[in-house]
Design a protein around this ligand. Structure first.
Ligand code: ZN
Length: 260
């Protein structure tokens, strides 16, 4: 190789390195750390769900987090859907699904209020299909915790470090076969919880529990304001109780997975 050739190959090498550097910066900026995702709810529909973790091993699981935001001033109209429900594309194959409630809370809510409210919410989904999806019987365990992948469906109260996040449900499913194997749910204690039919300034536990359990059985959020009336609409506010009961699109979505 003559001098010119060496110079040319040197220039090409520098160019190649520059391209690689730019490409790696772009791909790094596309990886959004899980904790940063929830910081801003102005574009909640783009921030939820978040597929954050891949776990290898015997089960080859993927995890998806559904983050339920307070309704922003201007939620945007969202993309116009053909129907007001959205399937996650994963579902339970083995029924019924058992779940564990940790009633511990900083809200002054009694164990019986928490357990009966969540059980009622589970029954709301069960009564819309002939399948027994969520077990009528539940377990109470004061050590059960959101966010630990252990094939136990844990529901708890705790701090989620974002004032705009009402609740979060994480769902784990098999990469192959798309079977849900676990959901965990947390009600964010940055809000006051209770029964909004009695006190409209609180976040209604049943209202949010029905919505979150919808994720637990395989339904995704809907963000179009045209679908603002459905239980799986992705925003809520204090005092809201409309999500306690299912609307036809919620039922249609459920029945597509588990039968009429
Ligand atoms: Zn949701």
């Amino acid at each position: 190789m003559d001098k010119k050739g060496r110079t040319l190959s040197g220039v090409l090498m520098v160019l190649l390195l520059a391209i690689l550097l730019v490409a790696s910066i772009i791909s790094a900026s596309m990886l959004i750390p899980a904790n940063d995702v929830a910081r801003e709810n102005s574009k909640a529909s783009e921030n939820s769900p978040v597929i954050t973790e891949t776990e290898s091993g015997e089960w080859e699981l993927e995890r998806v987090d559904f983050i339920h935001y307070v309704k922003p001033e201007n939620p945007g109209s969202g993309s116009k859907p053909t129907s007001c429900y959205k399937l996650m594309g994963v579902k339970w194959n083995t029924l019924p699904v058992n779940y564990i409630i940790n009633p511990n809370n900083t809200q002054g809510l009694s164990e019986s209020f928490v357990t009966s409210t969540i059980s009622t919410s589970a029954e709301t989904w069960d009564s819309a299909t002939s399948s027994e999806i969520l077990n009528d019987a539940y377990t109470v365990n004061y050590t059960a915790q959101y966010g630990i992948q252990n094939f136990q469906n844990a529901i708890d109260f705790g701090d989620y470090p974002n004032d705009g996040v009402i609740a979060v449900t994480s769902v784990w499913y098999t990469r192959v076969g798309k079977q849900i194997v676990e959901f965990d749910m947390r009600f964010n204690t940055r809000f006051d919880w209770g029964d909004a039919s009695v006190n409209s300034s609180v976040m209604d536990l049943e209202n949010i529990a029905v919505h979150e359990l919808g994720h637990g059985v395989g339904l995704a959020d809907i963000y179009s304001t045209a679908c603002g009336y459905v239980t799986m609409y992705g925003y809520s506010t204090e005092g809201e109780t409309s999500k306690r009961t299912l609307e036809q699109p919620d039922i249609t979505g459920l029945q597509r997975m588990y039968g009429a």
